[in-house]
Design a protein around this ligand. Structure first.
Ligand code: IMP
Ligand code: MG
Length: 174
């Protein structure tokens, strides 16, 4: 399968500028506190690898992968970890790095799961936030960019596993 009909939305340069700014804010905030930065696979892998390279604090890094079941018709999904963190989180600050927060179902589940491990704090850093579809109340502290309800691919984000390797962000128009 191929994805056709892609409309350029955000350039690689614009993303990199924001990533550096966010890395600066995060480094200032956590300083020398114990911090675990958690990448949500697969979508956040590019954002995560660029972000952590610009952090001047020295965090531990870990990875999770989520699976969600349930049709679009069902308003709620069942979400489970298919890969959990391996580093103990107790007493440490946790920063979850996501590709995109849409309805907020996935991130809410993840925050609750990780809070149960008794960390010092849990915050979220997302590359994209869709304010028009967010249905939760939990605060999303770091949002690199806000977008409308369009479906986007590139820079790690996919449409049925396609489009992840693109350097820029595109809207899927079909
Ligand atoms: P939520 O649970 O509704 O917030 O959905 C979050 C997940 O849906 C993200 O981690 C993505 O995997 C996926 N998603 C939502 N919107 C998009 C999009 O525009 N492009 C690619 N993936 C998306
Ligand atoms: Mg995702």
């Amino acid at each position: 399968m191929r994805i056709t009909n892609l409309k350029p939305l955000i350039s690689e340069e614009a993303i990199q500028t924001r990533v550096k700014e966010m890395a600066g804010e995060i480094s200032t905030l956590y300083k020398d506190e114990p911090l675990v930065v958690v990448c949500v696979l697969k979508g956040a892998f590019m954002f995560f690898s660029d972000l952590v390279r610009h952090l001047t604090c020295k965090p531990e890094l870990d990875f999770v992968r989520l699976a969600s079941y349930g049709s679009a018709a069902q308003r709620s999904k069942t979400i489970t970890f298919t890969k959990d963190v391996e580093i103990p989180l107790e007493g440490k600050h946790v920063l979850i790095v996501e590709d995109i927060v849409d309805t907020g179902e996935s991130i809410e589940h993840m925050i609750k799961e990780l809070e149960a491990r008794n960390p010092a704090s849990v915050e979220v850093c997302t590359l994209f936030f869709k304010p028009g579809s967010y249905r939760k109340t939990l605060p999303i502290k770091y949002r690199a960019m806000e977008i409308g309800n369009e479906f986007i691919v590139g820079y790690g984000l996919d449409y049925d596993q396609l489009g992840r390797s693109l350097k820029d962000i595109y809207v899927v128009t079909e």
